[in-house]
Design a protein around this ligand. Structure first.
Ligand SMILES: NC(=O)c1ccc[n+]([C@@H]2O[C@H](COP(=O)([O-])OP(=O)(O)OC[C@H]3O[C@@H](n4cnc5c(N)ncnc54)[C@H](OP(=O)(O)O)[C@@H]3O)[C@@H](O)[C@H]2O)c1
Length: 244
């Protein structure tokens, strides 16, 4: 039987590449995002295999979504974003709320609504966390915190789903060049280009291939968490402030 994936955030980056990868693998995909023109474009490319769904993760009736678009074999909670880099003491509140509502609240609501169908299908949930969940950096507290939530939520969900056959994975990428940094910089493509210049970053396709690998492993195997980075990215040391 043809398998179905529900992938959030297919209008760019990792989600768009994942929609292509799963359709190439013979699955049908329900793909979401807010930008209807992007959904139309992807529908034009992928045809019958893609069901586009305009959906804002910040609220909405996720029970109706699950009723109309479930059950599915795989939920990929990919939609997400980061607020502008800023120390919290200097940050505006509204972008932080958007991130919390999208990366955390929306993800929980959609997952809860989709679970009965996933249990029926003995399916899988793959959540897009980040290396930021584990390795903090200055100016990224709310984003990192949101992704730490996603990582720990994934592990807790595994506990809740023990005995159901449903698999849960936290995927934790480092730098992947998508629209992520354009969005983080308020639409500034040049800032994004400068950020990735010379870094040979990962691509949405790299992460999509990993999602495909995780989803198509034998059903007795669960990848709990998976960290990926481009070779040119590694860790900084501790910051220490001294009396002057
Ligand atoms: N790129 C990286 O370096 C990196 C690293 C680690 C983790 N991640 C995570 O990977 C995921 C995908 O990011 P990406 O790199 O592919 O970024 P991207 O190119 O900016 O794509 C983000 C996707 O999320 C959707 N989205 C954002 N806010 C939404 C909302 N309120 N409602 C519905 N959809 C929303 C966007 O669609 P619309 O704008 O059309 O709604 C878009 O399809 C995110 O969770 C991100 O945190 C990325």
């Amino acid at each position: 039987m043809t398998k179905t994936a529900f992938i959030t955030g297919v209008t760019s980056g990792i989600g768009e590449a994942a929609a292509r990868r799963f359709v190439k693998g013979g699955w049908t995909v329900t793909g979401t995002g807010r930008r209807a023109d992007r959904l139309d474009r992807l529908k034009g490319e992928l045809g019958e295999a893609l069901t586009p769904l305009a959906l804002d993760m910040r609220g909405g009736d996720f029970d109706a979504v699950a009723r109309d678009h479930g059950p599915v074999d795989l939920l990929i909670n990919n939609a997400g974003l980061a607020p502008p880099m800023s120390d919290l003491q200097k940050a505006d509140q509204a972008p932080l709320d958007t991130v919390i509502d999208t990366n955390i609240a929306g993800l929980v609501s959609l997952t809860r609504a989709m679970l009965p169908g996933l249990i029926e299908r003995k399916g899988a949930v793959i959540n897009l966390s980040s290396v930021a969940a584990t390795y903090p950096y200055k100016g990224g507290a709310v984003y990192a915190g949101s992704k730490a939530f996603v990582r720990q939520f994934s592990f807790g969900l595994r506990c809740d789903l023990a005995g159901t056959g449903v698999r849960v994975t936290s995927i934790e990428p480092g730098m992947a060049e998508t629209e992520f940094t354009v969005v983080r910089n308020g639409g500034d493509q040049a800032a994004s280009d400068a950020f990735y210049a010379g870094t040979d970053p990962m691509t949405g396709e790299d992460i999509a291939e990993t999602l495909w690998w995780v989803a198509t492993l034998p059903p007795h195997l669960n990848i709990n968490a998976l960290e990926l980075m481009p070779v040119r990215q590694s860790w900084a040391g501790f910051a220490v402030t001294r009396e002057s």
